[in-house]
Design a protein around this ligand. Structure first.
Ligand code: SF4
Length: 214
């Protein structure tokens, strides 16, 4: 997995700056330790999708209401429920440096965030290619908590995908996921040949796209 150093620096607040040697060395150190500690896993399942009136969405296995997501899922007949995690070893590492060396803990957090994003992108890229072979097209992943997609839907997604048993993601009462570097998301599947950016609408140049999430 190729973790973007630029993304890590961006999370650390460097913007597009290259960062100095000390920072870049620390980033490399963190990546090395993360790669050794992580055990990335993901799971996905497909369900029929129905968009109802008043921005209600029927995912077959649960229903929710979201204007942003309804727009993004227009013209989709099915939906992929997706979850991914870097595993508990990464939390052990994050916890260790929070106690030992704060500057490294902050860099480790940024690197782990870039790593889970990259892992999700890779897994989603594989799904995208698989579906395109069947002339079906994926919308970018859309996570609970994004826009007006209720965070509570994390509960539905983790339950339906049996994430505690299958990939070890659990949800606390306050809707925090453990391991902390975990993601849940949905992705629409459409028969309309519309190629989305795997990194999502924010990095997509199609400014006038009718499905763009806002
Ligand atoms: S803006 Fe781009 S990534 Fe977003 S839905 Fe449209 S084509 Fe897909």
């Amino acid at each position: 997995m190729e973790i973007s150093r630029g993304e890590i620096r961006r999370y650390l607040g460097y913007g597009k700056n290259e960062g100095d040697e000390a920072v870049n060395n620390l980033i490399e150190e963190c990546i090395g330790e993360l790669v050794a500690a992580a055990s990335p896993k993901s799971i996905s399942r497909v369900y029929p999708l129905k968009l109802l009136s008043d921005d209600w969405i029927n995912f077959t296995v649960f229903k929710t209401r979201s204007r942003n997501l309804s727009r993004n899922l227009q013209d989709c007949e099915q939906v992929i429920l997706f979850a991914a995690t870097l595993g508990a070893g990464v939390d052990v590492l994050l916890h260790k440096y929070t106690k030992l060396q704060m500057s490294k803990a902050v860099t480790m957090q940024a690197a782990a965030t870039a790593m889970i994003e990259e892992y999700c992108d890779e897994e989603n890229r594989k799904l995208k290619e698989e579906y395109e072979d069947r002339e079906l097209y994926l919308r970018p992943r859309f996570s609970p908590g994004y826009g007006d997609f209720p965070l509570e839907c994390q509960k539905d997604i983790t339950t339906v995908l049996e994430t505690p048993k299958r990939i070890g993601i659990m949800l606390t009462d306050s809707l925090l996921m453990t391991p902390s570097k975990s993601v849940t998301a949905v992705m629409g599947i459409s028969g309309k040949p519309y190629r989305c950016e795997i990194k999502g609408c924010e990095s997509c140049g199609k400014a006038d796209c009718a499905y763009r999430r806002d």
